[in-house]
Write a protein that binds this ligand. Structure first.
Ligand code: T4K
Length: 468
């Protein structure tokens, strides 16, 4: 379905075309003041550098008084949320397909450009239900480079996840790797719109059609994202968004399955409510996958602020891009070139041949500055329990996954982070990299409990020093 076919009219929640409007030339700063600690060094291109580096690792105050997270929830309009909660309480309908849930489903179906949306208590349960509703069994192909929920949703239903490699640019499934993994036992492809990237949608659909496979998209990151042709939620047989607290739109916890398939949507409705069709008539295997009215009230309120959140994230992305353009070895992955992007996950790769600290050293040193950057998704799922049970020489050969998992670093974003915060963070990164050797030595001596465990036990992610 194309976006023109969806016939989306502008609404208070915004359409995909509404949210494709970040001003490329914008340099507007956030209203939030930087949470500045005293004594920071000048910008990397500044004139004077202090003799001893101003870094928390060497006893200076941290760059930020409060922790900057990748996933600090975007808080929506409190008054509007409370009004909805009053309506929920007044109505006496707390769950089981109440008016807030139905309104949220209609709004999300419109945003996804699909005929149906079934909201769930979280995206992981949404994935499990969609996998079952699409009739997947035996073996299903899934990328190894994703959040572990994609694989668990298969395995918990007795399905063997067959891990495939990714494309180096998009971090999404590589169709050649998928094709090589198809066997007579393969019943489906669970592709991931990682970071909100479309990935190879046409190639994957062609493979699914040729081999008679179901194609489900894990669109946990992709709310508000679109290719030039259509919203990402409308690819494949179905797609599942996450409405977890850390996402661009959230319902405290929540998920949303979107599909154009009437029969699949009908099965999903039954399955989210134990298979009941009426008071005492069970027609299908099911579970309790429902979303509560309170969550839906949050989801609706959060959805109203989606254009503002995207605009904010876009400006943060620009600020990171400006900062990293002056730093060797840290490069943002390309975004938004192929359609609309929500800029939720601000993803860079660290090239350890040109960056003076390793990715893991950088993350560790930044923890003491109250910056929690993340190594999503390291290691690949195939190296995590229970998928790493195989002997080492039987693990799938996934060279791109292995390399990308070592390079990726995801930066704090969302409404709790300002552009000034990003500038300040980049200054500290420059200071860290300018003093790489003393930083490395100080990290080796440091016993601060805020340091991540992987810096003391680096076997799962070899540092440059280990590799040499
Ligand atoms: N598929 C993919 C590709 C996914 O990425 C995910 C989830 C799923 C499926 C499953 O969707 P859900 O079933 O969750 O709907 C987080 C999120 O919990 C997870 O939803 C997300 N992906 C994943 C990428 O990140 P963690 O464990 O790394 O981070 P978490 O939740 O502890 O949050 C990070 C930080 O944010 C916290 O340390 C503090 C801050 N935070 C977090 C929450 C929840 C807050 O300040 N307040 C909060 O309420 O998994």
């Amino acid at each position: 379905m194309t976006s023109s076919e969806t016939g989306l009219a502008p609404t208070s929640t915004g359409t995909v075309s509404d949210i494709h409007l970040p001003d490329e030339s914008s340099t507007t700063t956030s209203d939030q003041p930087p949470r500045q600690a005293p004594g920071d060094r000048p910008a990397p291109d500044g004139a004077s550098a202090p003799e001893s580096p101003v870094l928390a690792l060497f006893g200076s105050p941290p760059a930020f008084a409060d922790i900057l997270h990748v996933g600090k929830p975007n808080m929506p309009d409190r008054a509007r949320f409370m009004t909805r909660i009053e309506q929920v309480l007044d109505s006496g309908r707390l769950t089981n397909f109440g008016p807030q849930v139905l309104e949220l489903e209609a709004a999300l179906a419109q945003l996804a450009g699909t005929r149906h949306c079934v909201v769930t208590c979280n995206a992981t349960v949404g994935l499990e239900l969609a996998i079952a509703a699409l009739g997947m069994h035996s073996e299903v192909i899934v990328p190894a480079f994703t959040f572990i929920a994609s694989a668990h949703a298969l395995r918990r239903q007795g399905i063997r996840p067959v891990f495939c490699d990714i494309d180096e640019q998009t971090h999404c499934l590589d169709p050649a790797s998928v094709e090589a993994a198809i066997t007579p036992q393969t019943t489906g492809i669970l592709a991931v719109h990682l970071w909100g990237n479309p990935g190879a949608t046409a190639e994957l659909q062609a493979l699914a059609d040729r081999h008679g496979l179901a194609l489900l998209y894990d669109a946990a990151h992709a709310l508000g994202c679109a290719s030039p042709e259509q919203p990402l939620g409308s690819y494949g047989d179905a797609a599942v968004y996450s409405l977890h607290a850390t996402k661009v739109v959230h319902a405290f916890e929540g998920g949303a399955i979107v599909t154009d398939d009437d029969a699949v949507a009908g099965r999903l409705r039954l399955m989210t409510n134990f298979g009941f069709t009426g008071e005492d008539d069970v027609r299908h295997l099911g579970t309790n996958g429902k979303m509560s009215e309170a969550s839906a009230a949050m989801g609706l309120t959060s959805l109203e602020s989606l254009p503002q959140v995207i605009q904010h994230n876009f400006r943060l992305h620009q600020a990171y891009a400006r900062g990293f353009s002056r730093i060797a070895g840290i490069d943002l992955i390309p975004r938004g070139a192929t359609g609309s992007d929500n800029y939720h996950y601000i993803v860079a790769e660290v090239d350890e041949t040109t960056c003076s600290l390793s990715r893991d050293e950088l993350i560790a040193a930044l923890r003491l500055e109250n910056v929690v950057a993340r190594r999503y998704f390291n290691p690949g799922c195939h190296r995590m329990a229970p998928y790493n049970e195989l002997p080492a020489d039987s693990l799938p050969d996934l060279p791109v996954t292995e390399a990308v998992a070592r390079r990726v670093i995801v930066w704090p974003s969302g409404l709790a982070v300002s552009e000034q915060d990003v500038d300040r963070m980049v200054q500290r990164i420059a200071t860290l990299l300018d003093h790489a050797q003393p930083v490395r030595e100080a990290l080796a001596r440091c016993t601060d409990p805020r340091l991540p465990a992987f810096i003391r036990h680096p076997e799962s992610s070899p540092r440059k020093a280990d590799a040499s």
